[in-house]
Design a protein around this ligand. Structure first.
Ligand code: ATP
Length: 629
C-alpha cells in the first residue's frame, strides 16, 4: 500500500479531507495499469472473437430493472451495530461467543447517588430521606442491593438482585420525582466475553468488571457524565452473536441492509422532510449511526428497536418516479438490451455481450485496500447459449478465464478454482466456480463464473411484458436462451497484479555493491511504462539528442519514460520499483565514438534478469513490440 501511494498507483479518495471510506483514486501509474488490464480483457474477450460483441450501458438504472432482477428485494446483507461505538458488523460474519452477561436497567448520576447513600444514616439531615413520601420507597429500592461507589473515578454500580421488576417501577417513580440530577432508564447489556463460568466478578477490588465499564461508557454517551449503573443478576450465555466482539457491548438486532445506492433524477422539489431522506440515501456506509445522544431516539432503539432507520425510508414528499439506482453490477444492462443487440448484431447462439464499467455497492465493511470497495469496476461477459450447452460452456469459460490470468502474469499456482456448493449458490444457478487468488490477506475471489440458466432474461421478459425470446432459424424453435457469465473485478485484478508482481531482491549499485531492491515484476503486457530511456550523461548534447530521437521512435507505439537525472543505477532502480520491464541507455558507443561498428546501437536492459544486450536502434521497435504484445 505504501509503495502504491509513494509511486502514484493508488491514493485514498478525498485524502486531504480525511478520506472517503471504500473509494480509491488511481494515480498516473495506476491508471495505466488498469487500462492495460481492461484493454487486454476487451481484446481477448471481444475483439479477437467472432462470437462476442460489446456494449457500454448507463450507470443510472431504472428501479424496474432491479426489481425484476431481484436486487431491490434481495441484494442485502444482515448488519448489526454496536450500541457502544456504533461500529457496524455483518451479522453472518460474527463468531459465536460465551460469557457472563450483565443486564442494566439504567443509570443515575454519581453525585446525587452517593449523597443518597451517605445520607441514608442521617435521615433527619437529609432533604430526601426526611421526606415521608419518599423514604419508604427508597428503602424498598435499595434493600438487599449491593452498591459499589468509586469516589476517585466518580462512578460505580448498584446491584439489585431480587424482584427487580418491582424495584424498577419504584425507581422509575423516584426518577420522575427528580431526586437524581441526571438519570436514564434505558436498558442495556454487556458480556464479559470469555469469562469463567464458575466465577462471577463484579470487580476485583480495584477495577470494575469490563462489562460494567462498558455500561458506564454507554450511559456516559447518553448524557450522564458520571454514571452509577443499576444492574440485575448476571446470566451465563453461550453461542451468542448478540455482543460486540471487540468490547462486549450489546448489538442491535440484525437488519437487512440493502447494498444499493439510491439516487434521484431530475429537478426534485425538496421539502425539509425529503431533504433528510435524500441526504441519508446518498450517504455511504453506516448511514444512520445508532448510537445517539438524543434520549428519545436512543431509548426507542434499545427498547424493541422499532425505529425505522432513515436510510431504508423512502417516505417523504419526493416523487417516487424520480428514483434511480447506481447499478450494483454491469450485467443487468446487458440482459435488458439483449433484444436490441441480438437484432443489430445478427448473432446466432452461442454468442456473448461484454461490458466493462463501474458498479456500486454500499459494502458494510470496505476492507483489504481496494479488494472490497464501494465503487469498483467490473468486466463481465454474458454468454448466451442453448440450454443443453450451459454446463459445457461453464467448463469452457472457467478454463478460458484461467488462461487469461496466466497471460497477464498471475502464476497458476496462486490461482484456485472453488466449485461453489449447492447451498451457497444462487437458487437459479446450475453451477458456479469462483476463481480465487492467494492475496496476502488470504485466498479470496477474483472472479465468478456462473451458469445462470435463463433466470435473468425470463425475469425481465415477465416484468416488462416484452418478448426476450430467440428464434432459431434452423429448428424453427422459439425459446429464452440460457447464459454463462464470467464476471471479474478490475480493481481486484489490479490488486492481484500488484501483489503478484511485488518482490524484493538484491541488485548491484553503481559501485558494484549489492543492495536491496524493490521490484514490481509485471508482465510486460501489463506494465504501466514499457520502456525507460536514459542518456548516459545529461550534459552531453549528442547523447541527449539521440535519446530523444529514440523517445520519438517508440512513443507512438508504447508508454515510454525519459529520465536523464542521477546515476544510471539509481535511474534503473526507480524504474524497477514501478515495474518498467525495459531500460535503454544511450552511451558513447551509440555515437560511434569507441567503435564505429557500435554506432546506432544501445544497451537494452531487462528488469528481472538485469541482463544487458547491445541492440541496433533500428531493431528496437520490433523487438520491444513483440515482447509487450
Ligand atoms: P464477494 O462475495 O467478494 O462480495 P460477490 O460474489 O458478491 O463478491 P459478484 O457479485 O459475483 O461478487 O461480482 C463479480 C465480481 O465483481 C467479483 O468477483 C469481484 O471481482 C467484483 N466485486 C464484487 N464486489 C466488489 C467490491 N465490493 N469491491 C471490488 N470488487 C468487487
Amino acid at each position: 500500500m505504501s509503495l502504491c501511494k509513494r509511486r502514484g498507483f493508488i491514493f485514498q479518495s478525498s485524502e486531504i479531507y480525511g478520506g472517503l471510506n471504500g473509494a480509491w483514486d488511481y494515480g498516473p501509474l495506476g491508471v495505466e495499469l488498469k487500462r492495460n488490464l481492461k484493454n487486454y480483457w476487451w481484446r481477448v474477450m471481444v475483439q479477437e472473437r467472432d462470437d462476442v460483441v460489446g456494449m457500454d450501458g448507463s450507470i443510472l438504472t431504472h428501479p424496474a430493472v432491479l426489481r425484476a432482477s431481484g436486487h431491490l428485494e434481495g441484494f442485502s446483507d444482515p448488519m448489526v451495530d454496536s450500541l457502544l461505538t456504533g461500529k457496524r458488523f455483518r451479522a453472518n460474519q460474527l463468531e459465536p461467543q460465551q460469557g457472563w452477561v450483565f443486564n442494566f436497567i439504567g443509570a443515575v448520576d454519581f453525585d446525587s447517588f452517593s449523597n443518597l447513600i451517605k445520607e441514608q444514616n442521617l435521615p433527619e439531615r437529609s432533604a430526601i430521606w426526611s421526606r415521608v413520601d419518599l423514604a419508604p420507597l427508597l428503602r424498598q429500592v435499595f434493600i438487599n442491593s449491593s452498591c459499589h461507589i468509586d469516589d476517585r473515578r466518580r462512578t460505580g454500580y448498584c446491584h439489585l438482585p431480587n424482584h427487580f421488576e418491582e424495584q424498577k417501577e419504584l425507581l422509575r417513580g423516584l426518577i420522575a420525582q427528580r431526586i437524581f440530577s441526571a438519570s436514564s432508564l434505558q436498558p442495556f447489556s454487556a458480556m464479559e466475553i470469555g469469562s469463567d463460568r464458575n466465577v462471577v466478578r463484579m470487580s476485583d477490588g480495584r477495577h470494575f468488571n469490563p462489562a460494567i465499564v462498558v455500561a458506564q461508557e454507554f450511559y456516559k454517551k447518553r448524557d450522564i457524565r458520571n454514571p452509577v449503573v443499576i444492574m440485575t443478576n448476571p446470566q451465563w450465555i453461550e453461542h451468542s452473536t448478540r455482543y460486540d466482539p471487540e468490547n462486549g457491548s450489546l448489538l442491535t438486532p440484525p437488519r437487512e441492509f440493502n447494498l444499493m445506492f439510491k439516487t434521484r433524477t431530475g429537478p426534485v422539489e425538496i421539502s425539509e422532510e425529503s431533504l433528510m431522506t435524500v441526504s441519508a440515501a446518498g450517504a455511504t456506509g453506516p448511514a444512520a449511526p445508532l448510537v445517539t445522544t438524543n434520549p428519545r431516539e436512543s431509548s426507542a432503539l434499545t427498547a424493541g428497536m422499532s425505529v425505522t432507520p432513515e436510510y431504508t425510508s423512502t417516505a417523504g414528499t419526493t416523487d417516487e418516479a424520480s428514483v434511480a439506482y447506481l447499478r450494483p453490477e454491469t450485467a443487468q444492462s446487458i440482459f435488458v438490451q439483449f433484444k436490441n443487440i441480438l437484432e443489430v448484431s445478427r448473432k446466432k447462439l452461442p454468442f456473448g455481450i461484454a461490458q466493462i464499467g463501474k458498479a456500486f455497492r454500499n459494502e458494510i465493511n470496505p476492507r483489504n485496500f481496494t479488494f472490497r470497495s464501494r465503487e469498483f469496476e467490473q468486466m463481465e461477459l454474458e454468454y448466451f447459449c442453448r440450454p443443453e450447452q450451459g454446463m459445457e460452456l461453464l467448463e469452457y469459460w472457467k478454463e478460458e478465464r484461467l488462461k487469461f490470468y496466466e497471460n497477464i502474469g498471475i502464476r497458476r499456482a496462486n490461482l484456485h478454482v472453488r466449485d461453489v456448493p449447492d447451498e451457497e449458490r444462487a437458487f437459479y444457478s446450475k453451477g458456479t466456480y469462483d476463481i480465487e487468488y492467494d492475496f496476502p490477506f488470504g485466498r479470496q475471489e477474483l472472479e465468478g463464473v456462473a451458469y445462470r440458466t435463463d433466470y435473468d432474461l425470463k425475469q425481465h421478459q415477465h416484468a416488462s411484458d416484452k418478448s426476450l425470446e430467440y428464434f432459431d432459424d434452423e429448428t424453427k424453435e422459439k425459446f429464452i436462451p440460457h447464459v454463462v457469465e464470467p464476471s471479474a473485478g478490475v480493481d481486484r485484478t489490479v490488486l492481484a497484479l500488484i501483489c503478484e508482481a511485488y518482490s524484493e531482491d538484491q541488485a548491484p549499485n553503481d559501485k558494484g555493491e549489492m543492495e536491496a531492491r524493490t521490484v514490481l515484476r509485471f508482465h510486460p503486457r501489463m506494465a504501466p511504462i514499457k520502456c525507460a530511456i536514459f542518456p548516459l550523461l545529461k550534459n552531453k548534447e549528442p547523447l541527449v539528442v539521440k535519446a530523444k530521437e529514440i523517445v520519438g521512435l517508440l512513443r507512438p507505439h508504447m508508454t515510454v519514460f525519459y529520465d536523464e537525472s542521477g546515476a544510471i543505477g539509481r535511474r534503473y532502480r526507480r524504474q524497477d520499483e514501478i515495474g518498467t520491464p525495459f531500460g535503454i541507455t544511450i552511451d558513447f558507443e551509440t555515437l560511434g565514438e569507441k567503435d564505429p561498428k557500435l554506432r546506432d546501437t544501445v544497451t537494452l536492459r531487462e528488469r528481472d534478469s538485469m541482463k544487458q544486450e547491445r541492440v541496433k536502434t533500428s531493431d528496437l521497435l520490433q523487438l520491444l513490440s513483440m515482447r509487450i504484445a
